[in-house]
Design a protein around this ligand. Structure first.
Ligand SMILES: [Zn+2]
Length: 403
């Protein structure tokens, strides 16, 4: 299977193609931008340009053997390093490195056969030290078909976080310092702030902005056969990111995509936060495992979108992202008397929860604390409770309180 056409990013393409044409393309690039915005696809496009037999100032020719192999991710001089789950140890560093290379190859094989995959992972993935050792070994070889080798390193920020030491990043750094002329490195990152400053300073960065909603919607219709109104609603949720949009679509026809499942899960959190039954909040929190808070990151991001929608429901319903829940949001905000200013204050509770998740606090404690705080911030105290009690007393025939 061949890669889909690169969508959007016209300015970035022209900048790269012209620099390459003029012999001024830096040997180490850093592509950054929001998750799923097309950084891998753009990096593969640059690789294709570099491996093309007849490139122009507009881009690769798209016809030659180099182009065709690059489009199928089969070019022997194109090396794509993607984060993988760490395989179980094989007992020696050398065999561990081999296992990491096997894991990478099987992931690339998966991407070849199914290039349209959502930008989302529920498992901890990393660019491990062994992976970078493998990369360095490969970089020491001569190119086998073209005049150069291209290394595309996805999610470069994972170089540090998974190792809890800058070792993997330093191993790559040595190559970036003085790359041989036949090597080009393309690093990508959605969180360039987490890269080592030394890595940032040795790469020329190119920012990839989000795509227009319409481009995402058209892509979903053409490439995934999504019906127009569904494609528009999905593009809206994905805020300019094809990779995220794919995560809201059904997973190979089986159930919800990973981001859609998280959207529904974060909605249940919001509903329980707003409920007048505290027991509901506790039982929700207890449904989570007592460890693994880092996995809550996407869920908390989903909750943030719901909170934004809660504020928008009162002030500008046309700006809602979760359009399918528009009626519920507008009604809930009215019934509970939720003030947009309170929603803004509630974001603080969410930010605290995110910091706790990064620090691996027990998820049950984290979520029950968060839901209680959200309830206190969002739902105004009800002066109606006394009136309600009086009403019930009246209905039961009890005498009314006088004065
Ligand atoms: Zn070509």
């Amino acid at each position: 299977m061949s890669l889909h056409e690169l969508v959007g990013h016209r300015e970035g393409r022209l900048a790269v193609a012209r620099a390459f044409d003029a012999g001024r393309l830096p040997q180490a690039l850093l592509l950054h931008g929001a998750p799923g915005v097309g950084k891998q696809r753009f990096g593969l496009w640059i690789a294709q340009l570099l491996l093309c037999g007849k490139p122009s100032a507009e881009g690769p020719c798209g016809q030659c053997q180099g182009c065709r192999l690059a489009m199928r991710i089969e070019h022997p001089d194109l090396h794509w390093y993607v984060p993988v789950k760490r395989p179980p140890s094989k007992g020696s560093p050398q065999r561990d490195d081999e296992a990491l290379e096997e894991a990478r190859q099987s992931r690339i094989q998966e991407l070849r056969s199914r290039p349209l995959q959502p930008t989302h992972s529920s498992e901890p993935l990393g660019l491990h030290l062994g992976t970078i050792r493998n990369l360095r070994r490969r970089a020491a070889n001569r190119p086998s078909m073209a005049s150069r080798q291209v290394f595309l390193v996805a999610n470069a920020e994972e170089l540090v976080s998974q190792e809890a030491s800058p070792e993997a990043a330093n191993a790559l750094l040595k190559l970036l310092e003085e790359p041989p002329e036949s090597l080009t490195f393309i690093l990508t990152s959605a969180e360039p702030g987490r890269l080592l400053p030394t890595i940032r300073s040795r790469t020329s960065s190119l920012y990839l902005p989000g795509l227009p909603e319409e481009a995402v919607s058209t892509f979903l219709q053409e490439m995934r056969g999504v019906e127009a109104s569904k494609a528009e609603a999905t593009a809206r949720l994905a805020s300019g990111s094809i990779g995220r949009a794919l995560g809201y679509l059904p997973d190979e026809g089986e159930g919800d995509g990973p981001l859609e499942a998280l959207r529904k899960e974060s909605f249940r959190l919001l509903r329980d936060a707003l409920s007048d039954d505290p027991a509901q909040r506790f039982s929700r929190a207890l449904q989570y495992a007592p460890s693994g808070a880092r996995g809550l990151r996407e869920l908390l991001l989903g909750l943030e979108v719901w909170l934004r929608d809660l504020a928008a429901a009162r002030t500008s319903p046309e700006a809602l992202l979760n359009r399918d829940a528009g009626d519920w949001l507008v009604r809930t905000v009215e019934e509970l008397g939720i003030d947009p200013a309170a929603v803004a204050r509630s974001m603080e509770a969410l930010h605290d929860a995110r910091a706790q998740a990064a620090g691996n606090v027990n998820p049950q404690l984290l979520l029950s604390g968060l839901l209680i705080r959200l309830n206190r911030t969002l739902v105004p105290p009800r002066p109606t409770s006394l009136a309600g009690m009086e009403e019930r007393l009246r209905e039961s025939g009890a005498p009314r309180r006088s004065g």
